[in-house]
Design a protein around this ligand. Sequence first.
Ligand SMILES: [Zn+2]
Length: 297
Amino acid sequence: MKPRAFILLLCLLLVVGIPHTGTAEQQKISIVTSLFPLYEFVRQVGGEAVNAKLLLPPGTEPHTWEPRPSDIIRISRSDIFIYMGPEMEPWVSDVLGSVDNDNLLVIEVLEDLENIRSGKEHSDPHLWLDLSYAVYVVDLITETLKAADAQNSDLFSRNSNRYKDLLMDLDRQFFSQLSTCKKKVFIYGGHSAFGHLARRYGLIQISVYGISPDSEPSPRQVAEIVRTIRKNGIQIVYFEDLVNPRLAQVIADETGATTAVLNPGGNLTTTLWKKGVTFISLMEGNLINLRKGLECE
Ligand SMILES: [Zn+2]
């Protein structure tokens, strides 16, 4: 090939090639999720075919976070916005009132899964901590993506089935590995996030804070927890890494217990985010630490 012809071909490739990739990127469905588990499920099911973004910056606590104007712009520019529900993200109704996108599809997970959680800890929005519910959330996301991008329907189904197999396998591991424990009660020096997990796997959660970590417990409640630890011979007090661990440490010091982390997974610390930690690896870490505290054989 003559040099001039080669240069012409190169130009042609550049002209044809660059707009093509740009268009492919623009054609991807753009999805914003409020919380880490939703982001992770969208990424697992959507793979390369979707453009997923997590709204909460790493290191922010989901219950006390408040959106900025730039977050409203991010949601406005997306095709789909997925969040849990008003119990988890009370700021959503205000934000949606300001969003400038008539075509935005909004998915409220707790509303869509209303039938499966009827009568079961209705006010607890941490549905993903029961892995059987996590599977339902993945199904909901899969159906949403298939409806939005029918061309990639088979890809979404394949990804979804593969990921649900991993979640169900982990669910079985939680059952089998927590079935041989000396203790059932665990003390959580964070907010009351593990109600669904406790019910699923036959455990009892006693948490220092309520369903959101922004209210301090009374001295009487703390004294009651200290009594429970002594009565049950509990050796580990759990803390969460997005909430100040001071109370967990005070209670552990008072009772001679040690501390270990249990991660509710709503969001990640900056360190965990940079490490690229997955939802499954977070839950595996929780299982390891629960087994230590519950003295499982
Ligand atoms: Zn929470």
